[in-house]
Design a protein around this ligand. Structure first.
Ligand SMILES: Cc1cc2nc3c(=O)[nH]c(=O)nc-3n(C[C@H](O)[C@H](O)[C@H](O)COP(=O)(O)OP(=O)(O)OC[C@H]3O[C@@H](n4cnc5c(N)ncnc54)[C@H](O)[C@@H]3O)c2cc1C
Length: 412
């Protein structure tokens, strides 16, 4: 079940010839993923591609099939600075830009989307504590998160509040120097296996202004977890409900002031949306390469599929949409970095466009593999399964349309 090991199916699968080993090694040349980057960016892009090829791709199928959360591999990634990519260096972060971050997540996800997507959520949590925490909170939590000695989860969604996140009900009642939490969070990535929970909860009245953000540590009495969800993809990371029953959390663990939590959650997601779109991009990038290699070797009707103009045109469209997605994601990353007024809308556009188009690219790549694409021996099906959820989480693509149109219609 190792996609990147050379294997030959020639004998028992007719004329199929193996695409072999190094698909992941030649990926970096595809469709100019490094065009326009600085020398420094090209350097860490290479580091991330190499890490994806050597440390992730060989295990991607096994992590999926056995549902392994690859803690040690992620800690190795953290040694390269990928545990707190856009966290400030004084607390152990790499201090890189949003564009740098996108480049890294695109490259890493060619080796395993699911693991990279978890790393991106972890980075988002670390950034929230770095950005909105006080000195003590930053010093307490960020170094261990940046080294991935500890892992983080982002807790916004509840059973009754998904797209309408501001309607969340988990309550935090202040009792002296503690808040007492009651309620539950649904679909929490890493839930149960992680150490630090960044929890949006209600300390005030209805709506977004009644929401605060607390950091809850694993082991706190009253904190428990639901069963591990069985998922279509994203299997190298656990997803569980997170449950609070009279869970006492120190007031000292509140980020910012009461009522600021929803704003922090949305600011985190702006970057999160670029990151998750970048993970789709990496999957599409890998899938175009896999499809190309398959067309070049698979023969039907007496010639390779690469001689068929319909498939040539399809491949051309896939590569075009890949590059268009990349351009939009990088534009969004730049807009967020510069804190441009249109940044929120552009981040939403990038998430909407890239996660939809990249899913279509991966699905088309699967189609080009014919029946083989439907077999778990071939990586393309895992890319399809893993990125499907990017159209749903961190704000569904319908919610992205709401944000974009709200921005357009509110302009004078
Ligand atoms: C694998 C996985 C991991 C996740 N990880 C996390 C995590 O780590 N942390 C976290 O907080 N959450 C997480 N989520 C939750 C995710 O963010 C939500 O599932 C998502 O926001 C959608 O919410 P919902 O599932 O309740 O769908 P609903 O909000 O019930 O939406 C159902 C459908 O209706 C559409 N819809 C809803 N309202 C409108 C409207 N007004 N107009 C048009 N269409 C609308 C939606 O777009 C969607 O298609 C995860 C989800 C999954 C599947």
């Amino acid at each position: 079940s190792d996609y990147s090991t050379p294997r030959c199916y020639l004998n028992h699968r007719g004329c199929y010839v193996v695409i072999a080993v190094s698909v992941f090694n030649v990926l970096r040349s595809l469709s100019a993923a490094s065009h326009g980057l600085t020398d420094e960016q090209k350097e860490f892009q290479k580091v991330a591609f190499d890490f994806a090829a050597n440390e992730m791709a060989p295990h991607m199928a096994e992590w999926d099939q056995k549902e392994i959360f690859p803690v040690e591999t992620m800690r190795k990634a953290a040694q390269l600075g990928f545990g707190g990519i856009y966290v400030q260096p004084d607390v152990g972060g790499s201090g890189l830009s949003r564009l740098d971050t996108s480049i890294i997540f695109e490259a890493l996800s060619t080796g395993c989307v699911s693991t990279t997507a978890y790393i991106s959520i972890h980075n988002m949590c670390a950034w929230m504590i770095d950005s909105y925490g006080n000195k003590e909170q930053r010093e307490k939590f960020c170094p261990d998160l940046c080294s991935m000695e500890k892992f983080a989860s982002y807790c916004l969604t509840e059973p009754g509040s998904g797209s309408d996140a501001a309607s969340l009900l988990t309550s935090a009642q202040r009792k002296g120097d503690h808040y007492v939490l009651n309620g539950s969070k649904a679909f929490i990535s890493g839930g149960g296996d992680t150490d630090v929970y960044v929890v949006m909860c209600r300390t005030g009245g209805k709506g977004p202004k009644g929401i605060s953000c607390l950091v809850v540590e694993k082991g706190t009495p009253g904190l428990s977890f639901g069963k591990k969800e069985k998922k279509v993809g994203w299997n190298s990371q656990p997803t569980r409900a997170v449950i609070f029953e009279d869970c006492a959390v120190p007031v000292a663990n509140r980020l910012g002031e009461e009522g600021q939590g929803f704003n922090f959650a949305m600011k985190g997601l702006n970057g999160g949306r670029i990151n998750i779109a970048s993970c789709s991009l990496g999957a599409a990038h890998a899938s175009v390469q896999l499809a190309r290699d398959h067309l070049l070797v698979r023969k039907q009707f007496g010639e390779t599929l690469s001689n068929n103009q319909f498939l040539q045109f399809k491949l051309a469209e896939m590569a075009t949409k890949l590059v268009a997605s990349r351009l939009l994601i990088r534009e969004a990353a730049q807009a967020l970095q510069e804190d441009r007024p249109d940044a929120v809308a552009i981040c939403s556009m990038a998430k909407l466009f890239a996660t939809d188009e990249c899913f279509n690219i991966c699905n088309q790549a699967l189609q080009m593999h014919g029946g083989y694409g439907y077999l778990k021996d071939y990586a393309v099906q895992q890319f399809v399964r893993d990125i499907r959820v990017h159209q749903i989480l961190e704000g569904t693509n319908e919610v992205m349309r709401m944000i974009i149109s709200r921005n357009l219609l509110s302009e004078s």
